[in-house]
Design a protein around this ligand. Structure first.
Ligand code: P6P
Length: 353
C-alpha cells in the first residue's frame, strides 16, 4: 500500500482549491512562513550544539557576531515577509510598533493584502535547558484598501483571523495551522526538508484530566481561581479527579500536548498582573482560533478571547484554553457564587461562538 505522503505545500494547495475565490496568496504566505520556520528550526537545533544560546554580541565558532535566537528568528521572518510580498504590515513580539511594508516591497502582481502577527520564538529563555520552544503566527486581511497599512489594520478582533498556526521546535519540528477548515499538523522530515502531514483534522477531547498552570502563583490568584485548582486536586473518581498537572513553562509545548491529549492551560490574572502575562495578538488569538477549530474553547475567564477588541499591539490577557468542558468549569468557578465543594453558579457564562 502506498503510504500517503502529503507535504504542507500539497495540503495548502488542495485546501485552496476547495475555495473558488482563492487567489493563492494566502497559500503562498503560509508557505513562506513555513520556509522561515524551517530555517529557524535549523538554527534552534544547531544552537544546542555550538552554544550560541542566549548571547548577544558574543562571537560563535565561526567568529560571527551572534544574535540571540529570538532576534535571529525575528529577522528571518521579517526578511521572508519582505521577499514574499503578501503582507502590508508585520507585527512582532520583538518590535514595539507595527512594521508597515514599504511600498518598494509591494509586488505589482501581488496585492500585499495580509497582516501578520507573530511571536518569533516564544519561550526562548527555555532553550538553554533544551526545552521545546515555538513560533506562533496570526494572519488577517487588511481593512484599508491600499497603500501603507494602518494601525487599525493591525488591531482587529481575533475572530477576523483568516489563518493561524504555530511551529514547536522539540524532539521533532511540528507545524500546526488552520485556515478556517480544520486544524492540521505536519512533521518536518529533515532528510527531505519537507513538512509532512502527520495529524489531519485535529480535534481536542471535550473533557480531560490534565491541567497546566504555574501553581507558584497560587497565593496571588482570586478566591475563585484557588477554589478551581483545589477542586481539580480533590479525589473523586466519577469526575476523573484528581487531575494530572503538566506544565512545561513553554506555551507552545503545553498547548500542543493539550491539543493532542486533552487538557486545560491557564495563565490567569493575579494580584500583580491584572491582565495576566500572555499577549492577545500573537499568543492568545492564534491559539484560540486553532482551539475553536479543533472543538475546544478559549476565554479570558469571562469573555471569548476571539471577541476581545484589541487596544494595543502588545496587550496582555488572562488565558483559559483547551478542552471545552474544562474551560467552562474554570469559568464557572471564576463567576460569583462558587463554593469549594462544587459549583453553585447563579449565572451561566454567556458565550457566543
Ligand atoms: P511562567 C515563556 O516565557 C512564556 O511566555 C510562555 O511560553 C509560558 O507559557 C509562560 O511564559 C510561562 O510563564 O510565569 O509560568 O514562567
Amino acid at each position: 500500500m502506498v503510504r500517503k505522503f502529503t507535504t504542507l505545500y500539497r495540503h495548502i494547495i488542495d485546501e485552496e482549491r476547495k475555495i473558488p475565490e482563492a487567489t493563492g496568496q494566502l497559500s503562498d504566505l503560509l508557505y513562506d512562513i513555513a520556509l522561515a520556520c524551517k530555517v529557524i528550526s535549523l538554527e534552534v537545533n544547531r544552537a544546542g550544539l555550538i552554544d550560541i544560546l542566549g548571547l548577544t554580541g558574543e562571537e560563535n565558532v565561526q567568529g560571527e557576531a551572534v544574535k540571540k535566537l529570538d532576534d535571529y528568528s525575528n529577522e528571518i521572518l521579517m526578511h521572508m515577509m519582505k521577499l514574499g510580498g503578501h503582507t502590508c504590515a508585520v507585527c512582532s513580539e520583538e518590535e514595539e510598533n507595527y512594521i508597515p511594508m514599504e511600498e518598494k516591497y509591494f509586488h505589482q502582481e501581488v496585492l500585499n493584502k495580509y497582516i501578520l502577527h507573530f511571536d518569533p520564538l516564544d519561550g526562548s529563555s527555555n532553550i538553554d535547558a533544551n526545552i521545546s520552544i515555538g513560533t506562533i503566527f496570526s494572519i488577517y486581511k487588511r481593512i484599508s484598501k491600499n497603500g501603507i497599512a494602518t494601525l487599525e489594520d493591525c488591531l482587529q478582533q481575533g475572530y477576523r483571523q483568516v489563518a493561524a498556526g504555530y511551529v514547536v521546535y522539540g524532539s521533532s519540528t511540528i507545524m500546526v495551522y488552520t485556515a478556517g477548515r480544520g486544524v492540521h499538523g505536519f512533521t518536518l522530515d529533515p532528510s527531505v526538508g519537507e513538512f509532512l502531514l502527520s495529524y489531519e483534522n485535529m480535534k481536542i477531547p471535550k473533557k480531560s484530566s490534565t491541567y497546566s498552570i504555574n501553581e507558584g502563583n497560587y497565593s496571588k490568584w482570586s478566591k475563585g481561581m484557588q477554589n478551581y485548582i483545589s477542586y481539580l486536586k480533590e479525589k473523586d473518581k466519577d469526575s476523573g479527579r484528581p487531575y494530572t498537572a503538566r506544565y512545561v513553562g513553554s506555551l507552545v509545548a503545553d498547548f500542543h500536548r493539550n491539543l493532542l491529549y486533552g487538557g486545560v492551560f491557564i495563565y490567569p490574572e493575579d494580584d500583580k498582573n491584572k491582565n495576566g502575562k500572555l499577549r492577545l495578538m500573537y499568543e492568545a488569538n492564534p491559539l484560540s482560533y486553532i482551539i475553536e477549530q479543533a472543538g475546544g474553547r478559549s476565554s479570558n475567564g469571562k469573555e471569548r478571547i476571539l471577541d476581545i477588541k484589541p487596544g494595543s499591539l502588545h496587550q496582555r490577557t488572562p488565558l483559559f484554553i483547551g478542552s471545552e468542558e474544562d474551560v467552562l468549569l474554570a469559568e464557572k468557578f471564576l463567576s460569583e457564587e462558587v463554593s469549594k465543594n462544587g459549583v453553585d453558579v447563579k449565572k451561566q457564562i454567556e458565550y457566543k461562538k
